[in-house]
Design a protein around this ligand. Structure first.
Ligand SMILES: Cc1ncc(COP(=O)(O)O)c(C=O)c1O
Length: 408
């Protein structure tokens, strides 16, 4: 090319190739290219036909996004025999959409946990229902209810490891056995747990989905999603993603992979602080209830002991994650007042970051639910969800107690 490139404009768009890397860049690398150059027309057509492997187009595959997805697969599949593959998405919702579009079709039925992320509920209830998909909503620790809900046309079981905002768990091993019997995949949204708290594949789940926006990114500065599972279940989801276009951008992928480096460290501290926080608030006179799987009176405390990771815990106990839902006495208005009275914890959207954030559930994440629907989902109108961050736990406790004391 160089000998033919005489003109200024030609020279400026045909710059010399960047150096080939002989050493692995420890800090990772961002490949931002949407297009790739081939040695020949045949190389491109072989790639497109799947006869060779490589990169052809930014919506189809990207090395930075693939590095992130492979890293999550390695973390989730650390103790799994057999290959675990991963695919990256523009958001957790894009990942959920691709999984549901892959494994359902007109006339299909989904069994889903009653307490799922609002966007997942909306996708199933408002969007996929228009394409002929029906849903039975179940309690994911009540295996009799789940067994009764599975029908011949059931295509998928969808649950969350730790539900938002109730912090109730899913009985992943029991659900996996039911799904296996029915010959359908169990997909677990493990966003609240992350692989540093629970690795659902180890307990029999077939697919694991994360909103990487939360604990994987960890700094409230990136949006992304990922799914992992055996290659034969992941490949068709990838195909749907390619056709629907919800791929992860390279810069976001870089940040998410970097976030993974400190995930266990953050999750360890967050879990320890959350346990301290939940314990300190549980007996406050202005508190009606504190929901946290690490508290011995939590209905799924024993199940958490079986499912959650115990690595590197000084006391040998499991990590229970960073979400604590506090319900003050006094209903809806007391919940608002608790959230408004905080000075360290931020009233902020999203969760899973380094800052402690709160949301008054009934007026924000679950505002679409009236009191009756909130009761069915097990949510009190005053519930305030704390996503514990990296601050000193004593500051967080003093902040919450100050706000609770002011409730009178
Ligand atoms: C449990 C859970 N799953 C999925 C999602 C959707 O993820 P995203 O916002 O990255 O699309 C969220 C977002 O809040 C979530 O909390």
């Amino acid at each position: 090319m160089a000998d033919r490139a005489k003109g200024e404009y030609t020279r400026s768009v045909h710059l010399p190739k960047p150096p080939e890397l002989r050493q692995r860049p420890l800090g990772g690398a961002v490949v931002r290219s949407a297009a790739y150059v081939f040695e020949s027309a045949e190389e491109y057509s072989d790639l497109l036909a799947g006869r060779t492997e490589g990169y052809s187009y930014g919506r189809v595959a990207n090395p930075t996004a693939d590095a992130f997805a492979a890293a999550v697969a390695a973390l989730e599949g650390a103790n799994i025999d057999g290959e675990v593959a991963g695919e990256a998405f523009a958001s957790g919702s894009a990942a959920t959409t691709a999984v549901l579009m892959t494994y359902t079709r007109a006339g299909a039925h989904v069994v889903a946990a009653r307490a799922v992320y609002g966007g997942t509920y909306a996708l199933l209830h408002h969007v996929l229902s228009r394409f002929g998909v029906t849903v039975s909503w179940v309690d994911p620790v009540n295996l009799d209810e789940v067994r009764a809900a599975i029908r011949p046309e059931t295509a998928l079981v969808w649950v969350e490891t730790i539900a938002n905002p109730t912090t109730r768990l899913a009985d992943i091993p029991g659900l996996a056995a039911l799904a296996r019997e029915a010959g359908i995949p169990l997909c677990v949204d493990s966003t609240f747990a992350s692989p540093a708290v629970c690795r659902p594949l180890e307990h029999g789940a077939n697919l694991v989905m994360h909103s990487a926006t939360k604990y994987m990114g960890g700094h409230s500065d990136v949006t992304g999603g990922v799914i992992v599972g055996p290659p034969e279940l992941i490949r068709p989801v990838r195909d749907v993603r390619i056709d629907t276009g919800g791929f992860l951008a390279p810069d976001e992928a870089y940040l998410l992979r970097r976030g993974l480096l400190t995930l266990p460290l953050r999750k360890e501290r967050i879990s320890a602080s959350a346990l301290q926080f939940a314990t300190a608030l549980a007996d406050h006179p202005a508190v009606e209830s504190v929901a946290y799987p690490g508290l011995p009176n939590h209905p799924d405390h024993e199940l958490a002991g079986k499912l959650f990771d115990r690595s590197n815990r000084p006391d040998g106990g499991p990590r229970y994650g960073g979400i604590v839902t506090v319900t003050p006495r006094g209903g809806f208005d007391a919940g608002l007042a608790l959230a408004n009275g905080l000075r360290v914890a931020l009233n902020a959207s999203s969760l899973g970051g380094v800052h402690t954030k709160v949301t008054h559930v009934a007026s924000s994440s679950h505002r679409q639910l009236d009191d009756a629907a909130l009761a069915v989902a097990g949510i009190s109108p005053g519930a305030v969800r704390f996503s514990i961050g990296l601050e000193d736990p004593d500051d967080l406790i003093a902040d919450a107690i100050g706000s609770l004391d002011a409730l009178g």
